[in-house]
Design a protein around this ligand. Structure first.
Ligand code: 13P
Length: 378
């Protein structure tokens, strides 16, 4: 007796390319609200907000129902708890987002766990059963997914073992996403924590990105149908010398141009703990000369967009409107930053929707060929 293998039909990759391009079109970017329960609770605890499911649901409802969100935000990254939640009126968050023209996505990794034999380093887990979970999320309406790998800079880290294990997992995840019909957001995050210089961050990030793209190629991931979510090149938070935004931008552009194929659909930075204003100003500096950028360069910020909204809300219904306005200001500032403009970063009132000049969306015609496999030794 033969057992049928329940493999999904081959995905229409051109529709994934379209979705990936849509996520970085019109100078919009992504809003990450995919904090795990424990991370969300930690942020609530710092503001004396109750740490329970109804409160997390109320906060996420505030975010996803922000009027006008879709004018600045192309996609929202949800967490497993959040993708299943509804507004207080019973409308699924997925429906709210889709109706607002915002593409819903889902974080699918199961977190960074200690890497055996390498104290202080982690490998992101979640590949076991991932095919089934991706199928479920795609069936619910998610159109993209995210997986985050974490690298800490130390005297001897990240180790080769850490870089390879995480890059391999990112590539296996991305291949499974493409099989399931989801755009993969590939997030290798080199952390800001530490006393390292900007030059060391550049060297580590370049090494990590080279390994990630090598592994993506080995797994035959079509890079036109994915987005890269990298860190900016920054000195560590404990480093005495903190460079200007222009230096950060130049180092970031140099690093990415060296390591990221021009065929990648887009780059969307994480904020990684930078203040909202700094993340925005640096994004503007990076976008100051679009001729240097072979890909659309967008944002996929969590804290750098959410931060003022969360503290203004503080768990109080009466503050929902003001918090939503603060969220829109941060989102709008980042759209301006994609145009190289940092003038709105200090929290001026958000522009009236409709007065923005039409932003050129640059859909690139992609002729999809299967990725070339590496030649295996005979
Ligand atoms: P931050 O922008 O707060 O770093 O969050 C982005 C994210 O999605 C981390 O995985």
């Amino acid at each position: 007796m033969t057992t049928a293998t329940l493999l999904p039909e081959p995905t229409d990759l051109s529709s994934l390319v379209e979705t990936a391009q849509l996520l970085v079109a019109e100078d919009k970017g992504l809003l990450a609200i995919d904090e795990s329960i424990s991370t969300c609770n930690k942020r609530f605890a710092a503001l004396c907000i109750a740490q329970d499911e109804p409160t997390r649901r109320a906060y996420r409802e505030l975010l996803v129902t922000t009027p006008g969100l879709g004018d600045f935000i192309s996609g929202v990254i949800l967490f497993d708890e959040t993708i299943r939640q509804h507004t207080s009126d019973g409308v699924p968050f997925l429906t709210v987002l889709t109706d607002a023209g915002v593409v819903p996505g889902i974080k699918v990794d199961l977190g960074a766990k200690p890497l055996a034999g390498h104290p202080g380093e982690t490998v992101t887990e979640g590949l076991d059963g991932l095919r089934q979970r991706l199928g479920e999320y795609a069936g619910m309406g998610a159109r993209f997914a995210k997986w985050r790998a974490v690298f800490t800079i130390g005297a001897a880290s990240p180790s080769r073992a850490c870089t390879q294990a995480n890059a391999h997992a990112l590539a296996r995840y991305a291949a499974l996403c493409q099989e399931a019909g989801l755009v993969a957001i590939v997030e290798p995050e080199v952390l800001m924590t530490g006393a390292h210089t900007l030059a060391r961050c550049a060297q580590v990030t370049e090494d990590v990105l080279h390994e990630v793209f090598e592994q993506l190629r080995t797994q035959e991931v079509v890079v036109e149908a994915m987005l890269l979510k990298p860190n900016m090149i920054l000195a560590g938070t404990d480093c005495a010398e903190q460079e200007s935004n222009q230096t950060v931008a130049a180092a970031t552009i140099t690093c990415l141009r060296r390591a990221v194929p021009a065929a990648v659909a887009g780059v969307a930075f994480l904020s990684g703990g930078q203040s909202g204003d700094l993340a925005t100003a640096r994004l503007a500096a990076i976008n100051a000369d679009p001729d240097l950028l072979p890909w659309p360069v967008a944002f996929s910020f969590g804290r750098a967009i959410q931060e003022p909204a969360l503290s203004i809300w503080a768990g109080q219904d009466a503050n929902v409107r003001a918090a939503q306005q603060a969220l829109l200001i941060r989102a709008s500032s980042n759209q301006d930053a994609r145009r190289g403009d940092d003038t709105n970063a200090k929290g001026r009132p958000v522009k009236t929707v409709g007065t923005l000049p039409p932003a050129p969306s640059r859909p690139i015609e992609v002729h999809l060929l299967p990725p070339t496999s590496r030649t295996e030794p005979a």
